[in-house]
Design a binder for this molecule. Structure first.
Ligand SMILES: [Zn+2]
Ligand SMILES: [Zn+2]
Length: 437
């Protein structure tokens, strides 16, 4: 079915706008951005393999220390409460918050562990040039799961939680927490160092697949292969990494609209209902997202109030507004400003997951602040709605096909070219007629 065309081996198609471009010979440290929409096509990795492998082996050890050793200790009036990371999940399960427990467990334990295991399964055999079964599935799943592994967001929640608690209690970091902070840095480094293009090329050097000579090609979002339209139409999957492939994501607009509409509706209870309730010396009070921010300001914790305000209020609203705007612009076939909209899309891709901060803060508080009559924190009913808003908007960004943003502009350009050709032909015709006369 496929053959390598040498001259197309270094071609790329930008997934955000669909433009063809070649990869010029680069020094290993250089990055490439799309000439049309400025999105990152390829980042320089330098001498990446040894660093990445060492970092990932260290991450595995740190992962076990941070999860199975004590994480934080809270002391209130002579009583102490120590918690591990997973105690938060346990506390949610005890309160029958299964969905929430599942979300937290997946994002701070399951996906990060899978990520580390996947790195090891790919990098060590790669350094020995030994192929193992299913490696392309592992790399594909790893790339897809990346956004759902949220350790750095959990780290921010630990900071927010400890600042919140400084007024009422003593908080101590345990060995698990120190290991965790290093782990987050290590995984970020591994992510930055990993040269996915090299790994894909190692599994299969061919990155151009076609059945018809010079047919139009589409890019694979996962492995960046170029796949001819005949293959896309017939097989609907990438020959190299087996991920789903379409000219445009089917029903992209409808799916995205349904998801952000659901998120908009859930955003109302997420803000009106309490995120958590706390009982101190027999008095029960509750905090919504907004009153939580006000309280932080009242306590003069400006810095942390800003973080929570941005993550829990600004980001979800901004993301919903951006997605509605993008859907409208595609629907109304707006031709100008595609580059700005592409930038907005990339922003909403990056910021959305940071809203999980508040969800993790409540989880941590519920695990830590259990001092019976003196002080107890319980999760509120808003938290599940808020978690759903974050998840739904994240999926909405994935179902939205950014190439749609450029279709109106491309159509307009095609029209102009067609019109120019038409008038050229007409001119030639009149010239020919004139010559006849
Ligand atoms: Zn582009
Ligand atoms: Zn692929």
């Amino acid at each position: 079915m496929s053959e390598i065309l040498e001259h197309r081996k270094d071609w790329l198609i930008c997934h955000n706008c669909g433009e063809f471009q070649t990869i010029v010979a680069l020094s290993p440290d250089h990055s490439l951005v799309c000439y049309n929409c400025n999105s990152l096509l390829h980042s320089g990795h330098g001498k990446w393999l040894n660093t990445a492998t060492a970092v990932v082996v260290a991450s595995l050890i740190l992962f076990f220390i941070s999860n199975f050793f004590p994480f934080l200790t809270l002391e209130v009036g002579g009583q102490a409460q120590t918690a591990t990371i997973l105690d938060g999940v346990g506390a949610l399960i005890e309160r029958n918050q299964w969905l929430l427990a599942g979300l937290v467990f997946t994002t701070i334990f399951l996906f990060p562990l899978f990520e580390i295991a996947a790195y090891l399964y790919l990098l060590i055999p790669y350094s020995m040039n030994k192929r193992l079964p299913g490696q392309h599935h592992v790399l594909r799943m790893m790339i897809r799961a990346q956004d759902w592994s949220m350790l750095e967001i959990f780290m921010l929640s630990v900071v927010v939680t400890s600042v919140k608690l400084t007024d009422m209690a003593e908080l101590y970091l345990e060995p698990g927490a120190y290991a965790f902070f290093v782990l987050v840095g290590m995984l970020m480094l591994a992510y930055a160092k990993l040269d996915r293009r090299k790994l894909w090329a190692w599994m299969n050097t061919n990155n151009y697949y076609h059945t018809v000579e010079n047919e139009y090609a589409y890019d694979c979002h996962i492995c960046q292969a170029l796949v001819g339209e005949s293959i896309v139409d017939e097989y609907k999957s990438c020959p190299r990494c087996e991920s789903e492939l379409h000219r445009r994501i089917p029903q992209s607009m409808q799916k995205t609209f349904a998801l952000i509409l659901a998120a908009t509706i859930l955003y109302i209870p997420a803000n009106l209902l309490p995120m958590m309730t706390y009982t101190s010396l027999g008095v029960t009070e509750s905090d919504t997202i907004f009153s939580g921010v006000i309280e932080l300001i009242a306590a003069d914790l400006w810095w942390i109030a800003t973080v929570v305000f941005i993550a829990s209020i600004v980001v979800p609203i901004a993301k919903l507004v951006i997605m509605y705007y993008l859907l409208w612009a595609v629907h109304a076939k707006i031709r100008i400003g595609a580059r700005h909209r592409a930038a907005l899309y990339r922003i909403s891709e990056i910021i959305g997951r940071w809203s999980m901060v508040d969800v993790f803060v409540v989880t941590l508080l519920v695990a830590l602040v259990q001092f019976g009559f003196i002080y107890t924190v319980e999760p509120g009913s808003a938290i599940i709605a808020f978690g759903a808003v974050v998840v739904l908007t994240m999926i909405a960004v994935e179902t939205f096909d950014p190439r749609l943003l450029w279709d109106a502009k491309d159509e307009a350009e095609a029209e102009i070219v067609a019109r120019a050709l038409e008038s050229q032909k007409a001119e030639k015709r009149t010239e020919a007629e004139d010559a006849k006369d």
